[in-house]
Design a protein around this ligand. Structure first.
Ligand code: ZN
Length: 600
């Protein structure tokens, strides 16, 4: 395997050989002078949890699940760009045939960082660094070149196809004889998929017979990536066999989930996952998050996280969740609900992440599906070895210090980030989860849904903080640290792109906080101050707006609100972003895992 750590020696060598090396690369491959500035702003961290306590069976399960992860990684890359996998194969061949030089080595690092051939540049543009088509909103889950207008027009005349075309776990194709024939061949190759998707073969035959009448059609993910998912099915069942005697509930979950991946219906696996009591290992697997779909924001992309539980930290967390219903009851909206008392929340060390889950994300709450979460609850997975990583916190703190008034700099501590993140995840449990007409929010708010849902979770976390102080869950310093973390969360290093739901909603919070006096900016010093006494009122006022928009399920209103609160000005936002960029030791993180990348 490649070693992704870029040493200073390698960097110098890269500069020294810039000319000859660049000349050797075929066109479309970025030379070192384009790749190096991004990699100079990239650090590699390595996650290496202690697995010595695992039984032999658990160890074998880990091996099988890591193989499943590698397969899902392939699907993820393929689903984000039609040429991803082929371009990687060509790059690897080029790297080998040209003597493994720094230019191609850099490009392999960029591919790993971006999980595909499109890089995020230092000024936050998305550019191809390999000879492939530019990134398109269709990614590779809608037909290349398709537009919303075109698909909307088809749906207007074929409303009965809407659920399939805009399904979370389907891939959309243009109706051509060849594509339909290829999909039919998959059903013949794997009769289990034919059985699990009644009616699909007949629909595909209809497309093949008369493609002109079917401008678009959809196939389930299991059919789109049948070879890979059949192999994942096998790995999960082998892992289940391996842990059967040590952890029967985990084994049952793995078997349920293996079937889910073939049926594209996650209910049984989600139920077994969320309500299961597992010994040590845990696994997030499947397609859940829709962030990568830039066309409609409805398609979920593949991920796998293999985790090992920190038993002591987990029981401390569970004890802290007593006041959940009280927080729900206090939220500024009508129509309160009963929240589950017993939320499964655990602190974990990440063994390895794949696909959409790979990166420095600090926590997860799943499933998103409103019906499943109402029936079974949702599980919260706090990713401790990322949250506690000293390299990451030091970097965060230096960019914070650069823009904060000196007296408030040390208000930010790692525990503030931990608690704010925990309550962000819990925040997804609370508040509005369907619009007034009963539609799920993803369906009602479409591409704006993620931003509003994430903003709600952020604000609930901050809203709950004062009550948690009163209840003795926080002391004064930890409350202040949560509040400081809430401001940190809103600070940007570059102007967000609209399709970045997190950054967009963070900017909206920042602008609301600034206009309502929770924070002030001193243009002379270029520093921010927090007015802590304003915190409860200002957070509540924005949370009220967010809940109202979710309740109304009104996409136009959501768009307008977003438009109003995403201003970016040269004298405030750009000043802060510039100071942050200058003080950040790095902007991008390549996360590596001892379990798959080796080393120590
Ligand atoms: Zn969230």
């Amino acid at each position: 395997m490649k070693n992704f750590t870029l040493s200073c020696v390698a960097a110098l060598a890269a500069l020294a050989t810039l000319d000859s090396d660049a000349a050797d690369l075929p066109s479309g491959y970025w030379p070192v002078d384009l790749s190096q500035p991004i990699l100079d702003k990239t650090r590699t961290i390595r996650l290496a949890p202690d697995l010595s306590e695992l039984t032999d069976g658990e160890r074998e399960a880990v091996r099988q699940l890591l193989e499943a992860g590698a397969l899902l990684q392939q699907i993820y890359e393929d689903s984000r760009h039609p040429e991803a996998r082929a371009s990687l194969a060509r790059l690897e061949a080029l790297h080998a045939s040209t003597g493994a030089g720094p230019a191609t080595g850099n490009l392999l690092d960029l591919y790993r960082l971006n999980q595909g051939p499109i890089a995020t540049t230092l000024d936050n543009r998305r550019e191809a660094f390999l000879p492939v088509a530019p990134e398109a909103p269709t990614r590779n889950v809608y037909p290349q070149g398709a537009t919303r207008e075109e698909i909307d027009a088809f749906l207007a005349t074929h409303p009965q196809r809407r659920d399939a075309i805009l399904g979370e776990r389907t891939v959309v194709r243009r109706g051509t004889r060849d594509d339909a024939a290829r999909d039919l061949a998959v059903l013949r190759k794997y009769p289990v998929l034919d059985t699990l998707h009644p009616g699909l073969a007949a629909r595909l035959r209809a497309v093949a017979e008369d493609p002109a009448r079917h401008a678009f059609y959809a196939v389930p993910q299991s059919v789109a990536w049948a070879d890979e998912l059949m192999a994942v099915y096998e790995r999960l069942n082998r892992a289940a066999d391996a842990v059967e005697s040590d952890d029967a509930e985990f084994a049952r979950y793995l078997r349920n989930r293996s079937r889910d991946l073939l049926s594209d219906d996650y209910e049984s696996g989600d139920a077994a996952w969320v309500t299961g009591r597992f010994n040590r290992l845990n696994l997030q697997i499947g397609s859940y998050e829709t962030y990568d779909d830039a066309l409609y924001g409805v398609k979920a992309f593949m991920s796998l996280s293999l985790l090992i539980r920190d038993a002591e930290a987990s029981s401390r967390l569970a004890a802290g969740l007593a006041s959940l219903q009280a927080v729900e009851d206090a939220l500024p909206y009508q129509g309160k609900k009963r929240v589950r008392e017993n939320i499964p929340v655990g602190a974990y060390e990440v063994i390895a992440d794949f696909g959409q889950a790979r990166g420095a994300n600090t926590a997860t709450i799943l499933p998103n599906d409103e019906l499943f979460s109402r029936r079974y609850g949702r599980t919260i997975l706090l990713r401790e070895n990322i949250m506690r990583d000293p390299v990451l916190f030091t970097n965060t703190k230096s960019a914070w210090d650069a823009v904060m008034t000196p007296a408030q700099r040390d208000d930010l501590r790692p525990d503030g980030n931990f608690n704010r993140t925990l309550w962000h995840e819990i925040g997804h449990y609370l508040g509005v989860d369907r619009d007034a007409t009963g539609r799920p929010l993803d369906e009602a708010l479409e591409s704006t849904a993620d931003s509003f849902e994430e903003m709600k979770a952020d604000l609930v976390s901050l809203f709950a903080a004062e009550r948690l102080r009163t209840a003795g869950y926080y002391d004064d310093a930890s409350l202040r640290s949560v509040y400081a973390s809430g401001i940190l969360r809103t600070l940007q290093s570059v102007k967000p792109r609209r399709e970045q739901p997190y950054q967009t909603m963070q900017l909206m919070q920042f602008n609301w906080f600034l206009e309502h006096g929770l924070i002030t900016f001193d243009p002379q010093a270029g520093l921010l101050s927090i007015h802590y006494e304003r915190y409860p009122e200002v957070v509540t006022s924005l949370l009220r707006e967010v809940l109202a928009i979710q309740h109304a399920g009104d996409r136009q209103r959501a768009e307008a609100f977003m438009q109003r609160w995403t201003a970016w000005t040269p004298d405030v936002h750009e000043v802060i972003a510039g100071k942050r960029r200058a003080s950040l030791g790095f902007r991008y993180v390549i996360v590596t895992f001892t379990a798959i990348d080796g080393g120590g």
